[in-house]
Ligand binder design. Structure first.
Ligand code: BG6
Length: 455
């Protein structure tokens, strides 16, 4: 396999892609012959570039010296058509080029998708209908509905849908894959998974990190496009979809689209920007880009109408943590002492992967006091080693031609429809400059009150 990364000097390569490829290599999941081409515009000596990656990657890589012999750095300006001729020549000198799988990973800002995809096809590096040639598009796919549509149309003119992988790495996360299992393999949940029994749902993804070196991309994106359009909406779709008529990929995606088509939001939308954002590399000094967003959404379906879904994400928060919290309605049974608490089911996505169910029972002792109790399942603790990182799973799926955990065009299209509307509201909503997580949580509490007890 020849795995080529465009935009390889960006954070994604060191943070996710190289560690994922390394782990697949260590687990014997990579084909015997593989080569990783890392394409960047900067002038680097190959050895020094690989050494820099080694210094930046986090984790344990005991076989790095073997693995690194599969890595190449190629200096190339991927916006220039002529550059692809030399690249194509280089590719064709690779041993067994014709019989290898060729995967191109576009880890670039979306505006470069058309030029790269087009040049790959013009130079016959990707041939329409040849299932050995595949292109993975990093999210967000497009900057808004209009550009996403234009990119998609152009791509479908160049290659087959089956050669296109629109990645949303959240879908490769263990606990996201677990949502459907938990919902549909358990009678106790599926029968109460609706507005009659669920009071509200909170989906959050907090990060301690700032935008770091990604200012150039991030400032044109913001939290709405970077996290909500893809990761949070996909999570919401899995939590809220109706049971599919069968557990096949197409039917599941059909149900997800029905949810994404019915999203509605209620104002105010809470936008925030962390203090210090304007001094980050690549950020204009008057930028109004949000690094935090809090949304109250509704899904206009029979199952969910009037049930609030709170979606919250932010950078520079206290800790990294992501979860889905389902809060059930109050029980209407009264006891002499103590008030039962609302049941909650928490699907923990990161950093711990797990499930926690809170319920009420009798406190030990002579009196009849109601006491909250918790059943806590740690998914991560029950496997030997770590659960696979999302990118490992997804790259392996591409190698095996399995697009089930990749987003279909109509999912992306429906998501952009809502995001475009939300983007327009930015001009009317205040942008809070926050120093820490607590300030933003206070803000949310003052808007949404009691609902945020579990955040
Ligand atoms: C990416 C966003 O898609 O997801 C980043 O572009 C964000 O801004 C990242 O940091 C979070 O994903 P994870 O898997 O690291 O929690």
């Amino acid at each position: 396999m020849i795995f080529t990364i465009f935009g390889a000097t960006g954070d994604l390569t060191t943070k996710k892609l190289i560690p994922a490829l390394y782990k697949l290599y260590e687990d014997d999941q990579m084909p015997n012959h593989f080569l990783v081409n890392m394409i960047g515009r900067q002038t680097h000596e190959e050895d020094l570039f690989i050494q820099r990656i080694w210094e930046q990657i986090e984790g344990n890589f005991p076989n790095w010296n073997h693995f690194k012999s599969h890595l190449r750095y190629i200096k190339m300006d991927f916006t220039e058509h002529y550059a692809y001729e030399a690249f194509a020549e280089h590719m064709r000198t690779i041993e067994d080029y014709d019989s290898q799988e060729r995967v191109y990973y576009l880890a670039t800002a979306p505006r470069f998708f058309p030029v790269i995809a087009n040049a790959l096809v013009v130079n016959a590096l990707v041939v329409k209908g040849n299932m050995r040639d595949k292109i993975i598009f990093e999210k967000p796919f497009g900057e808004n509905l209009e550009t996403a549509k234009a990119y998609n149309q152009l791509l479908l003119g160049l290659i087959e849908e089956s050669q296109i992988y629109r990645i949303d790495h959240y879908l490769g996360k263990e606990m996201l894959q677990n949502v459907l299992m938990v919902r549909f393999a358990n009678k106790i949940f599926e029968s109460i998974w609706n507005r009659d029994n669920i009071e509200h749902v909170t989906i959050y993804a907090f990060e301690q990190e700032t935008v770091k070196q990604r200012g150039g991309y991030y400032d044109r994106s913001g939290a709405l496009r970077d996290m909500v359009q893809n990761h949070l909406f996909q999570t919401l779709a899995l939590v809220a979809m109706d049971p599919p008529n069968g557990l096949n990929d197409r039917l599941i995606k059909d149900e997800k689209v029905k949810v994404l088509e019915k999203l509605e939001f209620s104002s105010p939308i809470i936008f925030g920007q962390y203090k210090g954002y304007l001094s980050e590399k690549g950020i204009p000094s008057d930028s109004k880009t949000e690094t935090f967003v809090g949304l109250k959404m509704f899904i206009n379906t029979q199952r969910w109408s009037r049930t609030p879904f709170y979606l919250v994400t932010g950078k520079k928060m206290k800790h990294k943590r992501a979860a889905v919290v389902i809060t059930f309605k109050e029980s209407n049974c009264f006891f002499e002492s103590g008030q039962p608490e609302k049941n909650t089911l928490t699907i923990e996505i990161a950093p711990r992967e797990g499930l926690a169910l809170t319920f009420n029972g009798k406190a030990p002792g002579l009196q009849s006091y109601v006491m909250p109790m918790k059943m806590d399942y740690c998914h991560l603790c029950n496997v030997i080693g770590n659960t696979p990182e999302a990118y490992e799973k997804l790259i392996l799926d591409v190698i095996h031609d399995d697009a089930s955990l990749f987003t279909r065009w109509d999912e992306i299209e429906s998501s952009w429809k809502t995001i475009d509307q939300l983007e327009q509201l930015k001009d009317y909503e205040p942008l809070y400059i926050y120093e820490n997580e607590a300030e933003m949580l206070e803000k949310l509490k003052s808007e949404w009150g009691q609902f945020l007890t579990y955040l």
